[in-house]
Design a protein around this ligand. Structure first.
Ligand code: Q9C
Ligand code: ZN
Length: 342
């Protein structure tokens, strides 16, 4: 399988993440990319290809234009306002405040456009987010052009990014951008299967009222886990989208027997939908030693997971999401991809 990769994804080098009450070096770090590339090479997964530039039109097909302009300007505006450190929101349009008035001041804007506070903005964030969606789109075009499967080594990840919100380490929703482009270039139906530990709230948000994208997500129960405010089993879609959103929240401590039963259920739903393309939002933060997550998958389980995904028999685009056990991220990711190819 080909891997698509861009060094520009490493232009985001944030210094801070709000972790509990402390500022720490971000878990979502550029070294994650190097570790995965090293494993792809060492294991001989296949050729590594560079990316093409697709500009912002595919981003604007799923995200709000003012949101995209905000991301482009945020670091500059923060510095120009004389604020120190990296932008972190300290107030939101929470319940009982107005959510329909976008502030002019950057300290208000970050609260308007952030869905969480852990994710600092920094000088290279916008460029890295652009590179990340170019990785996704380059890998997508390979799948569409050849019918072969492909892996897009996206970074920063995307699945928490909603129509007009960033957070959970995500800025542009790479999977949604790729799904929309597939539809715009001839696909009739796309399925997105999200196996990251965290619920893909952004992807759900973007396609919630649509029946041309089936969204399935297996994740830590939001009663216990980030993003806390979306990802329950009773969220099944709205309007035309009713029945085309499917959440599988699982308890903290879930290990592979239960997780893989759930995966099989999701694969059955995929097969019923008969999509033209499957996009897998690949998070390996389900790993037992992930520092911020609580499932208990072992490295070999990712191989088995890849083998099960193969059973769906669909043209498949793998896009990287989370995974923060940096020493094992390459092994776990390539296990999944090579299990699929076996
Ligand atoms: N500071 C993805 O896996 N909560 N995002 C952090 C530790 C946010 C994860 C808690 C987790 C976001 C793509
Ligand atoms: Zn995650």
């Amino acid at each position: 399988m080909l891997t698509f990769h861009s060094q520009d994804t490493k232009k985001r080098q944030a210094k801070t993440e709000l972790d509990g009450g402390r500022l720490v070096t971000p878990y979502e770090c550029p070294e994650r990319v190097d570790m995965i590339i090293d494993a792809v090479r060492q294991r001989g997964l296949g050729e590594i290809r560079s990316t093409q530039a697709y500009g912002l039109d595919p981003v604007l097909a799923v995200h709000d234009a003012a949101y995209v302009m905000f991301l482009e300007q945020a670091w500059h505006d923060w510095v120009a306002a004389g604020l120190h450190g990296e932008p972190i929101p300290s107030i939101w349009p929470a319940r009982r405040l107005r959510a329909d008035a976008i502030p002019d001041h950057i300290a208000g804007k970050v609260g308007y456009y952030a869905l969480a506070a852990e994710t600092s903005l920094c000088a290279g964030t916008f460029e890295a987010a652009q590179a990340s969606k170019d990785v996704a789109l380059s890998a997508l075009d390979h799948v569409l052009d050849t019918g072969e499967h492909a892996f897009g080594l996206c970074r920063p990840p995307g699945h928490h990014a909603a129509i007009d919100q960033y957070g959970g380490y995500c800025f542009f929703n790479n999977a949604a951008i790729a799904a929309q482009r597939a539809l715009d270039t001839g696909a009739n139906r796309v399925a997105i299967l999200d196996i990251d530990f965290h619920h893909g709230n952004g992807t759900q948000d973007i396609f919630y009222e649509r029946d041309d994208v089936l969204f399935l997500s297996i994740h830590g129960d939001p009663r216990q886990e980030f993003p806390f405010f979306l990802g329950h089993a009773d969220e099944t879609g709205r309007g035309a989208g009713k029945g085309f959103n499917c959440n599988y929240p699982l308890a903290s401590g879930t290990a592979y027997p239960e997780w893989s039963d759930t995966l099989d259920d999701a694969i059955d739903r995929l097969s019923d939908y008969q999509p033209d393309l499957l996009i897998v939002s690949v998070g390996v933060d389900t790993f037992e030693h992930d520092p911020i997550s609580s499932f208990r998958l072992k490295s070999d389980d990712f191989t088995d997971c890849g083998q099960r995904l193969k059973q769906a028999g669909l043209p498949t685009l793998f896009l990287m999401e989370g995974g923060y056990a940096v020493d094992e991220i390459g092994t776990n990711t390539v296990n999944l991809l090579s299990g699929f190819e076996a």
